[in-house]
Design a binder for this molecule. Structure first.
Ligand code: ADP
Ligand code: ZN
Ligand code: MG
Length: 668
């Protein structure tokens, strides 16, 4: 029930998890579900069908014809023989077929079987099942009544016998061959190793240029040298200059790392080989490494060229860390990559570029000179960067006169390039939905809401719940309005968005990289505002605050144990970094401080949160009327914007005490 807002600028939803394909990695062509079945298995199927029809169809045809033989019990058959009604009979081992002298009905009139619902049938022929024991009486009766008796042995069907004997064996062989073939295909061929029919990396000559990448001036100027080297390697080789082998692009997702790498290739007009490192990891042991070898061999053959490894943290993680399985493969792949990079001839003009948003987990060996020693930071765009990005992505889209990219760039703090591209696209979609010829500002604002607040969910039907959510969100917003240093409120809504029942969106200060203690404390009060409001204004409290509480607690702990912001603990960092690369690593690490310190930290965290919560409650109790006014406004309008919130806060806005004195009476 709280906006994406923490010590870091908001990460609009759908951003982090969004691994854009970016043309990396060759997808397998779509497969038909039958393509793995060899052709001869169809022949077998056909054969079985044929046999079945040979055996079954005549029976079926018989049963439809007028004079189908009736199936009679042995006793009835015997009585018919005894009364002289049977003209001829063909005896087989277990059954007999034959003809009556005159058309006969079974069951006969008046039989009990009729009451049991057995249908009467009339025919001149019959079949019956013989007794499992010899019946001498039958033989006598047959002879006495002059019945023509034919005996028949069953001719065993040779083909059937062959199939019965060999069929299962053949089937098993077929299955084994089929399975092996399939496994081979998945492994990329036991004999072909990395060279599968499927392309495992992309080769292209990108046409995009630096001009297509908005902002990122620093990154571009660092990369210009690389472009120059790829264009005229001789110039550098003649001077004996050592050109960086590897360039590591570091930055949050969606900031244009992949785009920049392709632009380097586009500017230099060289071949671009790209692969996503996470794809190595999925593979069977040994294949990841051979793919690397293969990739580098191709790149060398096409030099000058660029090899681009996306998400390198997937393979480049510190070796020897992590739990069990999969690491072997990663290590082999990584080792192969390192040795390929070492193996470069000084004169080979192949540049390896890689991208990551987790440089902290990379293996130090990757960052050594001669490997990825050139690191380029690709940061989230600043205001003018955002404006440029919007310009790039609205190029060729008809814009209404009221659209101001400058205003939009001011409102989209914390957006990455990909978010901005998404914003422009969503706005165009909205305009199309309204059958407009041009995209107007409202379309952008709609799209903005969807990205920042999440998609609208159906409104709350439970009035009591709606009231609780309104008080909760009004609490966040009112605390934000009243507390100095807190981020200003952008919008409050009680229309459910995504998973949240209500949202208070904040507009953080642009370009903030370094967070003062006052700011963190103010933000924590805002997060506590929801629960505090429930407690001050309602009879009971709800579960709606759980996420707020989790974040407040986490923040307090970091302030104490990492940022050295608590006077009681002092300027120490206990390195309990929540960004542990992965489970195994943190498990293998023992805590580096005493139980006593741990208890002290816990106490201090508790004190800070408790104290802030009391303050927040006091602040809201003192401004009950404003909180109530904002809640009513929310209940009637569902959405309240910044102007209205500030109007309700009135004189009191940002007038409350600074929370920093929380540390001054520490221990008192
Ligand atoms: P990353 O690799 O850093 O996660 P991408 O390069 O894949 O990000 O960017 C995803 C998309 O976002 C790009 O295809 C592009 O449309 C857009 N984008 C990101 N940064 C920029 C930028 N600086 N200029 C223009 N478009 C950008
Ligand atoms: Zn909340
Ligand atoms: Mg990328």
């Amino acid at each position: 029930m709280f906006p994406p807002n923490n010590s870091t600028p908001p990460q609009p939803p759908g951003d982090q998890n969004n691994k854009q394909p970016n043309g990396n990695g060759g997808g397998l062509p779509p497969k038909s579900p039958f393509s793995g079945v060899p052709r001869w298995s169809w022949l077998i199927l056909l054969g079985v069908l044929l046999l079945w029809s040979v055996f079954r169809v005549p029976d079926m045809v018989n049963s439809f014809s007028q004079d189908a033989p009736i199936d009679v019990p042995y006793s009835f058959f015997y009585s018919q023989v005894a009364t002289g009604n049977v003209g001829e009979v063909v005896l087989q081992e277990q059954s007999a077929t034959g003809a009556f002298r005159s058309a006969t009905t079974f069951p006969p009139d008046g039989s009990e079987l009729l009451q049991q619902g057995v249908q009467q049938q009339t025919s001149t022929t019959f079949t019956t099942t013989l007794l499992p024991v010899d019946d001498p009486a039958l033989t006598t009766a047959l002879r006495e009544n002059n019945v023509t008796v034919t005996a028949q042995t069953i001719e065993p069907n040779q083909l059937l016998i062959f199939l019965l004997n060999w069929g299962p064996l053949l089937l098993i062989f077929g299955l084994i061959i089929w399975q092996t073939r399939r496994a081979q295909r998945q492994m990329g061929g036991v004999f072909g190793f990395g060279r599968t029919q499927a392309r495992e990396y992309n080769t292209e000559r990108p046409q995009i240029k630096f001009a297509d990448v908005a902002g990122q001036q620093t990154a571009k100027s660092e990369l210009a040298e690389i472009v120059d080297f790829l264009k005229e390697p001789e110039k550098y080789i003649a001077l004996g200059a050592r050109i960086p082998r590897g360039v590591l692009l570091i930055g949050p997702p969606g900031t244009g790392k992949t785009l920049l790498a392709r632009a380097v290739a586009g500017e230099a007009n060289v071949a671009f080989f790209s692969i996503s490192a996470s794809e190595f990891v999925e593979m069977f042991v040994g294949v990841g490494a051979s793919r690397v070898r293969d990739l580098f061999a191709k790149a060398k053959a096409a030099a000058p060229s660029i090899v681009f490894i996306d998400e390198i943290d997937a393979v480049g993680r510190q070796r020897g860390a992590g739990l069990g399985g999969g690491n072997d493969e990663r290590e082999q792949t990584l080792n192969q990559m390192l040795s390929e990079m070492d193996g470069f001839d000084q004169n080979e003009s192949v540049i390896v570029m890689a991208a990551t948003n987790r440089p902290d987990v990379l293996d130090p060996a990757l960052l050594r000179p001669g490997r990825f020693d050139r690191q380029v930071t690709v940061a989230l765009p600043d205001r003018s960067g955002r404006e440029d990005t919007l310009k790039v992505h609205t190029r060729g889209k008809p814009l209404g006169d009221d659209v101001s990219l400058v205003e939009l760039s001011k409102a989209t703090i914390g957006f990455s390039g990909a978010d901005l591209a998404n914003l422009a696209n969503e706005a165009a979609l909205t305009a199309a939905r309204h059958n407009r010829k041009r995209i107007v500002m409202n379309d952008f604002l709609d799209a903005f809401d969807r990205i920042v607040l999440g998609n609208q969910s159906p409104p709350l039907s439970n009035l009591q719940e709606r009231r609780v959510v309104a008080y909760h969100e009004a609490g966040h917003a009112m605390v934000a309005a009243l507390t100095p240093h807190a981020d200003p409120v952008l919008k409050v809504t009680i229309v459910p968005r995504g998973q949240a029942l209500g949202v208070t969106a904040m507009l953080p200060n642009d370009d903030r990289r370094n967070y003062p203690r006052n700011y963190l404390l103010a933000q924590m009060m805002v997060m506590l505002g929801g629960r505090a409001s429930e407690e001050v204004m309602l009879d009971d409290i709800t579960t709606g605050a759980s996420d707020d509480l989790r974040r407040v607690t986490g923040m307090a702990r970091r302030m104490v144990s990492q940022f050295g912001m608590s006077d009681a603990i002092g300027p120490l960092n206990f390195g309990e970094d929540e960004r542990q690369p992965f489970l195994g690593y943190s498990l293998s690490q023992s805590r580096s401080y005493s139980e006593e310190t741990a208890a002290q930290i816990d106490n201090e965290v508790r004190r800070i949160v408790d104290d802030l919560y009391e303050r927040t409650k006091t602040l809201l109790s003192q401004n009950r009327d404003k909180l109530e006014a904002l809640t009513q406004e929310l209940l009637t309008n569902e959405v309240v914007t910044r102007t209205k919130v500030m109007e309700i806060a009135g004189e009191a806005a940002n007038q409350s005490q600074l929370p920093a004195d929380i540390f001054e009476n520490a221990g008192a």
